[in-house]
Design a protein around this ligand. Structure first.
Ligand code: CIR
Length: 268
């Protein structure tokens, strides 16, 4: 699978991204200590990430992050894009509230939209969709009201939803992501393994607790270069994986899923 519709020569996937804000050093932090962030270096890493998305078969559309959006680059938190519907979230950090606007404007021309309404709060980083199953993290960013709103929306569209208790990290997808529809990469210290019944679990290497975040792009995988031991585990299983250096983005608690919203190209 190469990300292209061979008959049409039309990219099958679109990745929506948002640039690194000049104010990224003022990002939100929950579990990491604040350390200096080199914004220029972060922007270069982000550009290389976008290039990797293109190489893996996406057409990339980039929105801008102005100075009042320090965390704007982490666009995943603003929406959950499924096959038939996208849900505009209501991010759990007050400083991130305005990030949904440009995303909603872009998505509304391409897919049916629903919204999480107040008092619900939800970050897209808490939502892991695997086929028709959706796991949603109960975290400091995603509250009970949003979980119920989201359940009503996705069950209407035929998805099943499981709420997962998350501890020790920011988002559900800090702790678990999918490498295939039935195979999850997981840090069991941060999420209970029994929530993922029916899925095969691949554990992160014990020395790499933050290594559970990987992006699926069609049949391919994009991963941080920071986790060589877990990478080796995945490659031993035969997975084809491209790596990128996102070390500067990681200082803001960002990982590879956070920096894009990937959707099917409605024109392909
Ligand atoms: C935040 O705390 O909101 C940002 N500094 C990091 C968000 C990372 N997003 C994600 O993992 N989905």
């Amino acid at each position: 699978m190469n990300g292209y519709d061979v008959a049409e020569r039309m990219p099958r996937l679109i990745a929506l991204t948002r640039s690194v804000s000049p104010a990224m050093a003022d990002c939100e932090l929950t579990h990491l200590p604040r350390v200096p962030i080199e914004v220029d270096r972060a922007a270069k890493q982000h550009a290389a990430y976008e290039q990797a998305l293109e190489t893996l078969g996406c057409t990339v559309h980039r929105l801008a992050s102005p100075a009042d959006m320090p965390d704007g680059v982490f666009i995943e938190d603003t929406a959950v894009v499924l096959d038939d519907i996208a849900v505009i979230t209501r991010p759990g950090a007050a400083s991130r509230g305005q990030e949904t606007t440009g995303v909603e404007e872009w998505l509304k021309h391409r897919i049916l939209l629903a919204r999480i309404e107040a008092p619900g709060t939800m970050d897209g980083g808490d939502v892991l969709a695997v086929g028709r199953r959706i796991f949603v993290g109960a975290t400091s960013r995603t509250n009970a009201d949003a979980l119920e709103q989201f359940r009503r929306i996705v069950e209407y569209f035929g998805y099943s939803m499981t709420v997962v208790a998350v501890q020790g990290c920011l988002h559900l997808k800090s702790a678990v992501t999918a490498v295939a529809d039935d195979v999850l990469l997981v840090n069991r210290a941060w999420v209970p393994a029994d929530a993922f019944e029916g899925c095969e679990l691949v554990d992160v290497h014990p020395q790499e607790p933050s290594a559970a975040n990987i992006v699926r792009i069609g049949g391919r995988l994009l991963y941080s270069a920071a986790y060589p031991w877990t990478l080796e585990r995945l490659r031993m299983r035969g997975a084809e994986i491209t790596t990128v250096d996102v070390s500067e983005l990681a200082k803001a608690e960002g990982a590879v899923t956070c920096c894009s919203l990937i959707m099917n190209n409605p024109e392909s």
